[in-house]
Design a protein around this ligand. Sequence first.
Ligand code: FAD
Length: 412
Amino acid sequence: MSSIGSSTEVVVVGAGIAGLACARALREAGREVVVIDRSDAPGGRMRTDLVEGFRLDRGFQVLLTAYPEAKRVLDYDRLDLRAFYPGALVRWHESFHRVADPFRRPVDGLLGVGSPVGSLVDKLRVGLLRFELGSASLEALASRPETTTGDALDARGFGPAIRERFLRPFLGGVFLERDLRTSSRMFEFVWKMFSSGDIAVPALGMQAIPEQLAGALPPGTVRTGVEVVAAEPGLVRLADGSTLSARAVVVAADGPAAARLLGEVDPGSRSVTCHYFAAPRSPLGEPVLVLNGEGPQDGPVNNLCVESDVSPAYAPPGQALVSATVLEGSPDELDGVTAHLRRWFGAQVDGWRHLRSYHVAHALPDRPEPRAPRVRDGLWRCGDWCEQASINGALVSGRKVAEAVLADLRHA
Ligand SMILES: Cc1cc2nc3c(=O)[nH]c(=O)nc-3n(C[C@H](O)[C@H](O)[C@H](O)COP(=O)(O)OP(=O)(O)OC[C@H]3O[C@@H](n4cnc5c(N)ncnc54)[C@H](O)[C@@H]3O)c2cc1C
């Protein structure tokens, strides 16, 4: 690492997508900015490891292409996005049942009419929900009364079959909790996104997203391998004992780390474990999400996909990359995961090779909430925990803090 120097106009602590989005907006406005991260590369929770020619995202993760801020900030063409099938395969009673978005896959949706994943009335309710959310503005959704996702589903009359077999594992995989206690506003936002865009990954892995943001900054702006141990108005203290002063310090760390730096209440964490396997061929043969419709009594895996069916670059030629996600979970449960997958896919699983397991202790903030960007004069904050627990929320938060800092610098 080259020397950081002792002062700059704005220092951003954290090179996740929130910090990078903030830095980019500041640079575009002509401000001098340095981004510091303790990790070995930018990206924060959006990193992809290259292991034996496989691209392993550090935990299964997707971009919803309808995210409004992502659309604004990212160049989707250059990310070469690869979309999932708009629907899912639900594992229930020893078979896989297709659930399709009836508006985007009308024929599959029609074939699913007799499936045991939900009654016809439930499927009509899905259509009504799509219509209701599709016609509401994001501002209107954000100001609706807030309950839990479970209460929001109850209020719309979803029956137990669709709720337990599809909605709970699907939304559980999105919110990283199966209790459906996530805010109803988040549920409505996410459902609107699913209804109006694709579920996708960049062809070369999720890290391509922060790389695109970092690539828009002048060389040397992002300094990695540097830990900040204290953030104060106009000053950060680094682990090596040196200090860096700035007119504005923006803490863009993840919620728990930011809480320590700022002396605030930790927003809590939702954890997840993702197990990757190399397979000689795909057990699915299509870019579809598989959901555990039986619940944990069937086995630990909540959702699964073959990443190389979505984007072939996730695996070397002639091989497939299987990703199995366990909510919370731990790398020690591998035997239980393999046994579960053998029940789903049979003896072919014996030919799969475990590549790596990622346990992400802080995947999402448990209690994100809108927080003003300003902590006090000269000290600012951003990140998904300050807005909404998603890629979109992190990007919005990064933009908002940049706008606030710019206004402050102009008036100072
Ligand atoms: C497994 C997983 C699955 C997910 N799935 C989805 C999904 O499907 N869709 C979706 O929208 N979102 C998903 N998310 C959430 C999304 O990735 C995050 O909301 C987003 O990446 C948060 O970005 P951020 O910049 O706020 O924080 P982070 O990415 O956490 O960045 C914070 C940075 O601060 C740095 N830092 C912390 N403390 C210090 C310090 N003291 N000194 C220096 N640097 C420090 C860290 O190293 C890190 O790089 C998922 C996350 C995970 C982990």
